[in-house]
Design a protein around this ligand. Structure first.
Ligand SMILES: Cc1cc2nc3c(=O)[nH]c(=O)nc-3n(C[C@H](O)[C@H](O)[C@H](O)COP(=O)(O)OP(=O)(O)OC[C@H]3O[C@@H](n4cnc5c(N)ncnc54)[C@H](O)[C@@H]3O)c2cc1C
Length: 510
């Protein structure tokens, strides 16, 4: 039986263990035993997990569905809440509301999304029409009224796209338990050294406990340290620092909200942005910033002031210590080299504005499992690895471009950080093409398709971003469209919200 060793028991390590066990594990009845893999996770009791990263994309639902784990099983265990999308607050100064909502579009939105796109076209021709995504998407309305994306019993069961917030330490523990109960071996010990093959791949790892573990394939899930891929195999790391300036973060929890929001808030501050992630046991807050513009002490003070101003009563944050972090933003050149595949922070990281890190873990592990199951893998492993690396690199670049676009389009004037971001021309040629096309008032959909960028974010998300920032030429109020259609659309969305449960009720909190 082949052996897979996963080094690291953070969220990435345990997600990988569960998914690999699902596709290749020895308990899988439909896989002949000789083809199954024995899976071991080694996690250091001394070196902790990073302990931040508590928002997801809708992809996480597919992860739990794959493993047959229901929301009622995992959500209460992980203090999890529902996420309808992300509110971007204060990223542009000249829009009417200074905020917009990035929804997770669903089939339900087909009609209203078409109206939104039509309005964007009209607005780019100078018509004075609403173009804020908040007015067009059901999930924006659900978030506004603190409703869950789950329809009430007896109401039409319209499936909406939604994501989650969760306590990352609890999620790791939950996934560990699930993997172990399905046959994954768990060893608590620190890796001290590595034995290499003559071909310089990895043969075995030596643990502090004295045990030596050999394996056919190693997954490096050791976080930013990337002990195996970047450490032992010396795989180069390509930084995204010239595209994305943020390299630091500070996190401070506060009390649980009485009525729990069903959205992440991303508020622009002087040299970055602050997240607010509501859980059932506390609220996660953090400030992602660039240390070229702000010291950790200044960032902590600004975050504390922001939390204080945002919460109407005692936030509980005053007594909580701050956790300061450094972020290594970029990706490795090859995510799979020799017999090591990096997963999670060890393969790379794009700052958490759209909460994409676990999404990238999931995509990486999915692609790895399908590569190993590919009948061509035995005869042409190098070709399969090449295709794997190409696909994961493109995915990282695709996500990066969408995040960079937020910074490029900002219209804040109060600090050099925002001006420098706006004036930064270190962006990919693909992103430059999208922005130029938008500014030329042409159709960005075909450009996004041409560059295969819709594989990572759909056209509608790009429109929400660009329109949400209000980046249109000024409109003439003489060119107003009749408002009756807009009234009808709002009434339709408001009626639809009555089909959904309050967020607190759907979390069993009332
Ligand atoms: C500020 C910030 C905000 C973030 N927000 C989000 C978000 O909203 N959404 C999202 O999806 N992601 C987010 N992330 C990313 C997210 O935190 C990580 O992707 C996720 O936690 C997975 O981390 P990991 O498992 O790769 O690494 P870690 O959590 O660092 O785990 C590393 C593991 O390796 C083990 N290890 C290390 N060295 C050894 C050794 N020598 N021997 C044995 N074991 C060892 C450790 O014990 C640990 O178990 C955020 C990250 C940051 C920095």
């Amino acid at each position: 039986m082949k052996k897979l060793l996963i080094l690291g028991g953070g969220t990435a390590g345990w997600m990988a263990a569960n998914m690999m066990n699902h596709y290749l594990g020895r308990n899988k009845e439909d896989i002949a035993n000789s083809k199954a893999w024995e899976i071991t996770v080694v996690e250091s009791p001394q070196i902790g997990i990073i302990g931040v990263g508590e928002g997801s994309t809708p992809q996480l639902k597919k992860f739990f569905d794959l493993l047959d784990i229901t929301e009622s099983q995992w959500m209460p265990a992980c203090s999890a809440t529902f996420k309808n999308g992300i509110s971007f607050i204060d990223w542009s100064e000249h829009t009417q509301t200074n905020r917009y909502f990035h929804p997770f579009p669903s089939p339900f939105d087909r009609q209203t999304a078409a109206a939104f796109l039509y309005h964007c076209q009209m607005r780019s021709r100078g018509m004075d029409v609403p173009v804020n995504p908040d007015d067009f998407f059901l999930s924006a309305h659900l978030a506004k009224f603190k409703l869950s994306p789950k329809p009430l019993p007896g109401k039409p069961q319209v499936p909406l796209n939604y994501a989650y917030h969760f306590d990352s330490a609890k999620l790791g523990a939950f996934l560990c338990q699930h993997a172990v109960s399905n046959g994954v071996r768990h060893i608590s010990s620190t890796m001290e050294s590595v034995l290499q093959h003559p071909d310089s791949g990895i043969q075995a790892i030596q643990l502090a406990s004295g045990e030596q573990l050999n394996a056919d394939l190693f997954i490096d899930a050791t976080g930013f340290n990337s002990l195996l891929l970047q450490g032992v195999l010396q795989e180069p790391f390509e930084t995204f620092a010239s595209n994305l300036f943020n390299n630091s973060a500070v996190a401070i929890p506060s009390n649980r909200q009485d009525i729990i929001a069903a959205e992440t808030k991303a508020t622009a501050l002087s040299a970055g942005w602050a997240w607010q992630i509501p859980l059932t046991n506390r609220t996660g807050n953090g400030y992602v910033y660039s240390d070229q513009y702000l010291s950790p002490e200044q960032a902590e003070k600004e975050l504390r002031d922001h939390i204080g101003a945002d919460m109407s009563k005692d936030s509980g944050a005053e007594q909580k210590p701050a956790k300061h972090l450094k972020m290594k933003v970029g990706q490795v050149q090859r995510h799979w080299h020799k017999n090591v595949v990096a997963v999670g922070l060890s393969q790379g990281f794009i700052e958490p504005l759209e909460a994409t890190a676990l999404h990238l873990v999931q995509e990486t592990v999915l692609k790895l499992a399908s590569s190993l199951l590919d009948p061509m893998y035995t005869s042409e492993p190098d070709r399969i690895k090449l295709a794997f690396n190409e696909s994961i690199r493109k995915r990282f670049n695709g996500v990066r471009d969408y995040i960079v676009c937020h910074y490029k389009m900002n219209t804040r004037t109060g600090s050099q950080y925002w001006i420098d971001n706006r004036e930064n021309n270190n962006i990919s040629t693909q992103l430059a093409d999208v922005i130029d096309t938008w500014r030329a008032k042409k159709d960005i959909a075909s450009v996004l398709e041409k560059h295969t960028m819709t594989q990572y974010y759909p056209v509608i998300s790009w429109y929400c971003l660009l329109a949400g920032y209000g980046s249109f030429a000024s409109a003439s109020s003489a060119n107003k469209l009749p408002s009756s259609n807009m009234r009808q659309l709002t009434q339709y969305l408001m009626r639809s919200t009555t089909h959904f449960a309050s967020h607190n009720a759907s979390l069993g909190l009332i």
